[in-house]
Design a protein around this ligand. Structure first.
Ligand SMILES: CC(=O)SCCNC(=O)CCNC(=O)[C@H](O)C(C)(C)COP(=O)(O)OP(=O)(O)OC[C@H]1O[C@@H](n2cnc3c(N)ncnc32)[C@H](O)[C@@H]1OP(=O)(O)O
Ligand SMILES: CC(C)C(=O)C(=O)O
Length: 567
């Protein structure tokens, strides 16, 4: 038997019955078109329509109570959404009352349109209109499943019968609006993505005509991937096919409503926009039926990260997240794009090193261009956007565990404790950190890192009285220190106090040489301490010591003394 599997691929067939399932093109005709979407670019944000209060809410184990609904609604308004689906008012008293509260309490700004959802049933449509009485701008959103399985299994109707049902209900929708200028219509052929293209086109076009769509009063055709069943390119083809063939195209707003069953809801929405979609329905952080609706936060920030204004204010993403978590009673995952706790954090050494260098380069190039770092062009490795854009600080960007390296460790000590480690000390300390992290298996916080650093290199006492006199022959150092519990004194003259200190130590039999000395102040302002990091050769070992003191000389002497006391 000849095999098409290359010899380097020795994976074995799984025991799962994959042959039970059929690809989309074996289930429904897929438009075969000379597609143009792959070459397009998105340069403006589509109209976003959050459906958290309806589709998101209907997927919750505990649907939102009125207080939660209101908080969610106010959040959506505050961050800039202009069209909001607020519920399915004919389905439950809570939803009905919520819409009434919007009217009663005058909660809807003038420039915001409310969307209300209904099935294609006269009684439900009538109740829907009752709920929105008094609201100036409303979209009445009617849906019916159109896919073959739904037609036969759920609704028990053939194509013709279902078209009739939809058309009749759409007439009822039009009647309910009367001549109210602030009423517009939306139709969703539920499971659009598994419906024959010719059928769905027929249905949509018939409603465009019935509702007399015009550029001033466009209808919305919302084409859901109710259950995501194919790769995003197929959905994009389906959308482009509709985009090209919908009648009165300039009077139709083509909307999409992807779910995320295959984990590609975001890709579906993005490709659909390239393919002609102008409006996207979804939920914040991707709540919704099963694996959720497409995530509007990710979509918006994906645009932001490509230089396109998303027209939604996510500059305090944690506040948005907190409200969404409270209302949905579902936590946002730590790895969730843009909003998760860990998404701007690197634990691994090479990533940390690159980020640290990237930050330095960013600050330098911003300064060179006379720009504020917060608005200068961003090109920091591993961070697709500046965390500050969404209100995150840089504290959590680098965190330390056994996967970390010297760059990250140095960054944390620098950013949290204002101490700049020379490269060779970074290498020395990283080995000690790795040892500690390996043995505990845990993360090391900045505080623990500092404690470890001080324990490894920090001055621990042992120097007694000392004084420096500046003479014509150099600096004369007199110093008292402890040698194995015995107080010893010594003095020496040299070109500076540090050299004098090494001479004193050598006179006491310590073979020491100062290889490098770095000094900086630890904090700005009057209470700043001088930090000295001394690299010394003692016998055949290279050791480090850190001294810290208000006086530069004291900090240097301490650093050398500490290095020598290591041996
Ligand atoms: C993809 C989506 O998200 S669709 C929205 C789904 N959301 C919800 O279902 C939440 C709110 N729903 C509800 O509270 C209820 O389902 C109600 C009040 C709307 C209707 O309740 P009930 O009258 O008890 O019907 P039930 O919930 O069993 O719905 C099934 C019936 O609706 C019919 N139906 C389903 N979709 C539609 C539709 N779009 N238009 C008209 N009828 C429909 C079914 O054929 C079925 O009819 P049957 O009883 O004659 O077989
Ligand atoms: C009916 C539409 C809008 C929907 O919620 C879906 O298909 O998921």
């Amino acid at each position: 038997m000849t095999s098409t599997v290359p010899t380097w691929n020795n994976q074995q067939p799984s025991p799962m019955p994959s042959d039970r399932y059929r690809a989309i093109w074996d289930r429904v005709p897929v438009p075969d078109l000379d597609r143009t979407w792959p070459a397009r670019r998105t340069t403006t944000a589509p109209l976003w329509v959050p459906v958290d209060l309806r589709d998101g809410n209907q997927a919750l184990a505990e649907p939102m109570d009125p207080e939660r609904k209101r908080r969610f609604f106010e959040l959506l308004i505050s961050i800039g959404y202009k069209e909001i689906e607020v519920g399915y008012p004919s389905a439950s008293q809570t939803d009905f009352d919520f819409v009434r509260d919007l009217v009663r309490l005058d909660l809807v700004p003038e420039d915001v349109t409310i969307v209300v959802f209904t099935a294609a049933r006269d009684d439900l449509i009538a109740r829907t209109y009752e709920s929105v009485e008094g609201l100036p701008n409303v979209v009445v959103h009617m849906y019916t499943a159109t896919a073959p399985t739904w037609r036969s299994v759920v609704l028990g109707k053939d194509r013709k019968e279902l078209h009739r049902l939809i058309f009749d209900a759409a007439q009822e929708v039009a009647r309910g609006a009367g001549d109210h200028p602030g009423r517009r219509f939306e139709f969703s052929p539920e499971v659009f993505n598994l419906t024959e293209p010719d059928f769905v086109l027929d249905v949509c076009n018939s409603l465009t005509r019935l509702w007399d769509a015009s550029p001033d009063r466009p209808v919305i055709h919302n084409l859901p991937a109710t259950v995501e069943v194919s790769t995003p390119n197929v959905y994009a083809d389906q959308i482009e096919h509709m985009h090209r063939h919908l009648e009165r195209r300039e009077s139709v707003i083509l909307s999409v409503h992807p779910h995320n069953d295959r984990g590609t809801g975001v890709a579906c929405a993005e490709l659909a926009v390239l393919a002609g979609a102008q409006r996207v329905e979804g939920c914040l952080f991707g709540n919704g039926e099963r694996t959720g609706n497409v995530d509007l936060v990710t979509l918006a920030l994906n645009l932001h990260a490509q230089g396109v204004d998303p027209m939604i204010d996510l500059s305090d993403i944690d506040a948005v997240r907190r409200t969404v978590e409270y209302c949905n009673r579902i936590p946002v995952h730590e790895r969730h794009p843009y909003g998760g706790d860990l998404v701007y954090t690197a634990f691994s050494g090479t990533h940390q090193d690159a980020i640290k260098k990237g930050f330095a380069e960013h600050r330098a190039s911003a300064a060179a261009a006379g720009l504020d770092a917060a608005s200068a062009p961003w090109a920091v490795p591993y961070l697709p956007i500046d965390p500050a854009d969404v209100g995150r600080d840089y504290q959590a960007v680098i965190r330390i565990n056994s996967q970390s390296g010297k760059g990250g460790i140095a960054h944390l000590l620098q950013s949290e404790y204002g101490i700049t480690l020379p490269r060779r000390l970074q290498i020395d300390f990283a080995a000690k950190v790795q040892e500690a992290a390996d043995s505990s298996g845990l993360e090391i916080t900045a505080e623990e890192l500092w404690t470890l650093f001080c324990a490894e290199y920090g001055y621990r006492g042992g120097l007694g009285r000392w004084s420096v006199e500046h003479g014509t022959d150099g600096d004369r150092l007199f110093v008292v220190f402890d040698v194995d519990g015995v107080e010893v004194s010594g003095e020496a003259v040299a070109t500076g106090p540090v050299e004098a200190m090494t001479r004193v130590l050598m006179s006491k039999g310590v073979d020491v040489d100062v290889l490098s000395l770095t000094q900086h102040s630890q904090r700005s302002g009057s209470d700043s301490a001088a930090i000295t990091l001394a690299e010394c050769r003692v016998g055949d070992r290279t050791v480090w010591g850190m001294g810290s003191h208000q006086s530069v000389t004291a900090s240097a002497i301490r650093a050398v003394y500490r290095a020598v006391s290591t041996c």
